[in-house]
Write a protein that binds this ligand. Structure first.
Ligand SMILES: O=C(O)CCC(=O)C(=O)O
Length: 345
C-alpha cells in the first residue's frame, strides 16, 4: 500500500465489498436511471447584450431553477486558465501518497479538511493559495450574480446576498473519485442536497453526476465549456419552494478517476432565513440540525425539519419533502477522496 494515492477503501470496506450483491437492487432499491441528458444550457453572455436578451436570460435562469434545480452556464466569466490551473493543482494534491495527505498539518485549514470514504480527519497544505484565491474570487462573483438574478426574478431586488454570503462563509470542496472496478453501481457520493444557497460545480469530462428529475435519476452529460449550477436548501427555503434543491449523487467509474470542484455559496451562520413554508431559522441552526440528524439517523433530514405545520400537508404531502437526502457530511462519502477548504479567502 506504501505509496498508494488512494485511501485504503478495499481494506476498510473488505467485508462490505465481499458481501455485495451482483445487482444493485438490494443496495439501491430506488429510482430508475434514465439516459444521459443535457442540463438546460444558459449563455451568460446574453446578460451583457441588449435589455431583451438580458431579461430573457434571467428568465431562463429562474425557469431552470424552478424546473430542474440544476443548469449549466457557458460564457460564465471564469477564465479558462484559472479553471485549468486549479484543476492541475487539485490533481497534484490528490496524487500525493495517501499517507502524506492524511498527515498534513497546516493551521490555515481547519480540522477535518481532508476526508475520504470513512471518518478520518486531518489537514492539508498542498494547494497554492493564489490559485485557490483566484478561483474562489471569480466563482464567488458568478454565484453572487446568479443569486441576485434569482432574487430579482422573485421580485426582490436585494442586497441580501452581498451582505450575508461573504467570502469567509463560502467554501470549496475538491473531490477525487478514484476508479472503482469492484462494482459497477458503487457510489462516489451518496444522494444528497446541498445546504448552500447555490453551488457552482466544475467537473471533468468523465461523467457520473446524476440528479433526480420527475422521479428518475438523470445522468448529466459533461460539457467541458460549462459550469454546473445547482440550487441548495437555503434558496429553496428563501424562495418558498419556488426554486428546487434537488437530490444528486455521483456514480463511481470502473476505469477512470474523476475530479470535481464545488463552490458552496453560503451565508454566515447567524443569517436568518425567512420563509412562509418553513419556520425562520439561522443557517447555523440548520447546520446544527443536519449534524444532529446525521449522528442520530445516519442521514440528513434537511428542510423537512423546518416546515411550518400548515405547509406539511399543503405542499409536501407528509414525507415527500423537496429536499430530503443525505447530508454533505461524512455520510455522503462513498468511493471518494475529498478535501474541504473552508473559508479559502
Ligand atoms: O462531484 C460532483 O459532481 C458532485 C459533488 C457534490 O455533489 C458535492 O461535493 O457535494
Amino acid at each position: 500500500m506504501g505509496e498508494s494515492t488512494d485511501p485504503p477503501f478495499e481494506i476498510t470496506y473488505k467485508n462490505l465489498l465481499n458481501n455485495m450483491p451482483n445487482t444493485n437492487q438490494k443496495n439501491f432499491p430506488e429510482l430508475p436511471v434514465v439516459e444521459e441528458s443535457e442540463l438546460p444550457l444558459i449563455d451568460l453572455n446574453h446578460l451583457y447584450l441588449g435589455d431583451t436578451e438580458r431579461q430573457a436570460c434571467k428568465k431562463l435562469i429562474a425557469q431552470a431553477s424552478r424546473e430542474w434545480g440544476f443548469f449549466q452556464v457557458i460564457n460564465h466569466g471564469i477564465p479558462r486558465d484559472i479553471l485549468e490551473i486549479m484543476r492541475a493543482e487539485q490533481v497534484k494534491l490528490f496524487k500525493k501518497p495517501f499517507e502524506e495527505k492524511k498527515s498534513y498539518k497546516d493551521l490555515n485549514f481547519s480540522a477535518g479538511s481532508y476526508r475520504w470514504g470513512t471518518p478520518t480527519a486531518t489537514n492539508l497544505q498542498q494547494l497554492s493559495c493564489t490559485t485557490m484565491e483566484q478561483f474562489a474570487t471569480t466563482v464567488s462573483q458568478l454565484a453572487q450574480t446568479l443569486a441576485d438574478i434569482l432574487g430579482e426574478e422573485m421580485g426582490h431586488k436585494t442586497e441580501f446576498f452581498k451582505e450575508t454570503c461573504l467570502p469567509s462563509s463560502c467554501y470549496l470542496r475538491l473531490n477525487r473519485y478514484p476508479p472503482c472496478p469492484v462494482h459497477p453501481q458503487m457510489l462516489g457520493i451518496m444522494p444528497h442536497t446541498d445546504s448552500s444557497f447555490l453551488t457552482v460545480l466544475h467537473q471533468d469530462n468523465i461523467g457520473g453526476l446524476q440528479l433526480v428529475k420527475d422521479g428518475k435519476w438523470i445522468a448529466v452529460k459533461p460539457n467541458p465549456a460549462a459550469l454546473i449550477i445547482n440550487i441548495g436548501d437555503l434558496f429553496q427555503a428563501w424562495s418558498n419552494d419556488l426554486y428546487k434543491s434537488v437530490e444528486h449523487r455521483v456514480m463511481a467509474n470502473p476505469l477512470n478517476e474523476r475530479f470535481s470542484t464545488a463552490y458552496f455559496f453560503c451565508p454566515s451562520y447567524d443569517t436568518v432565513i425567512q420563509s412562509g413554508v418553513y419556520r425562520s431559522f439561522s443557517f447555523g441552526e440548520f447546520k446544527k440540525q443536519v449534524r444532529k440528524d446525521v449522528e442520530l439517523f445516519g442521514s440528513k433530514i434537511g428542510l423537512a425539519r423546518f416546515l411550518v405545520p400548515s405547509s406539511i400537508s399543503r405542499t409536501h404531502g407528509g414525507s415527500d419533502g423537496g429536499s430530503s437526502g443525505v447530508s454533505t457530511d461524512y455520510s455522503t462519502n462513498g468511493f471518494r477522496d475529498a478535501a474541504y477548504l473552508i473559508s479559502v479567502l
